[in-house]
Design a protein around this ligand. Structure first.
Ligand SMILES: Cc1ncc(COP(=O)(O)O)c(C=O)c1O
Length: 306
């Protein structure tokens, strides 16, 4: 016997009522992982090369810090990731207010699009550039304008020209770039920032900058309102599964994320991190002192960005 309160006349089921935007999107995911490919293919792969993971894995110190913190997993992490942000700020010689920690660059790109993009808003990227950014833009109804690569490089001039033409809210570039594995010297990126049109925010994805040649990391004032740069522990630090990345930007922009970000999303164990100064095998100072580099004396691997 149904409960009397639910004894209503049966009606046709409508199913979940998605937003018009979601209904309009194709049923795609930006990245089908190797496990899913293995299931689809019915066999195991011998190598994982598709996601630019760092097969050397995390530093032993990072592993022991995470192991030591595993018993605390019952707690939500510090809602402001204060210790990690403080360590990152010290490392980059910026204020804590310039640093946002989130669920990898992918998570931060999603938050950024949520902050900035309404249906119909123009966004500029390169044709064939990192697709997860496009996926987030589409998820908020942004209109992507794509410019071609110039040879095997993203084309800063074309990106800026297109951003000015369409009045882009965001213009995205990765330096170094995935998938091409190429990079621009810092001067080119700095000139690009100087040319960012009024009303456009440049998104500088530096997921692989630790692997790049000297002179790749752009010199950007911490409070520069024209750009947000994104870094990750997934690549050089071998911690892709921990889902920890960070953004560096002007305090006002960083604070805006607090309106929408998920609180306590990141690995609490990273609060244990120490950021030793170290040098790479080539003897140059590291732009980010990787735990892995500290443990091995070398970053050992280069990004596979093809
Ligand atoms: C250019 C670029 N940005 C961001 C990411 C993702 O970084 P995260 O693991 O921090 O989300 C990748 C991963 O392949 C990438 O290639």
């Amino acid at each position: 016997m149904p409960h009397p309160r639910f004894a209503l006349t049966p009606v046709a089921m409508t199913g979940p009522r998605y937003t018009r935007l979601i209904d309009s999107l194709p049923a795609t995911v930006p990245f089908v992982g190797p496990e899913e490919h293995e299931r689809l293919a019915g066999r195991r792969f011998t190598a994982r090369l598709g996601a630019n993971e760092n097969g050397f894995g995390p530093s032993p110190r990072a592993i022991s810090a995470m192991a030591a913190a595993a018993g605390d997993a019952w707690k939500y992490g510090d809602s402001t990731s204060f210790d990690l942000r403080t360590a990152i700020a010290a490392h980059h010689d910026v204020a804590v207010e310039n640093v946002l920690v989130g669920e990898g660059i992918d998570g931060l790109l999603g938050y950024l699009c949520r902050l900035m993009i309404e249906p119909g808003d123009p966004v500029v990227t390169s044709e064939g550039a990192y697709p997860t950014f496009n996926y987030h833009v589409a998820g908020f109804g942004g209109v992507l304008h794509k410019v071609p690569y110039a040879g095997d490089h993203e084309d800063p001039h074309a990106l800026i020209a297109k951003a000015a033409e369409v009045g882009a809210k965001l213009v995205y570039i990765a330096n170094p770039d995935n998938p091409m594995g190429t990079h621009h010297p810092r001067e080119t990126i700095e000139a690009m920032i100087d040319a960012v049109p009024d009303g456009t925010l440049m998104v500088l994805d530096e997921a692989y900058v630790e692997f790049a040649d000297d002179g790749t990391e752009a010199r950007i004032a911490a409070d520069d309102p024209r750009v947000i740069r994104m870094r990750t522990f997934s690549k050089a630090h071998g911690l892709a599964g921990a889902r920890v990345g960070y953004a560096l930007a002007a305090p006002g922009l960083i604070a805006a994320f607090d309106k929408i970000r998920i609180i306590s999303a990141c690995a609490a164990s990273l609060r244990q991190a120490r950021w030793p100064r170290c040098r790479t095998r080539r003897g140059r100072p590291t732009c980010v002192s990787s735990w892995q580099a500290h443990a091995t004396g070398s970053t050992r691997s280069r990004a596979r960005t093809g």
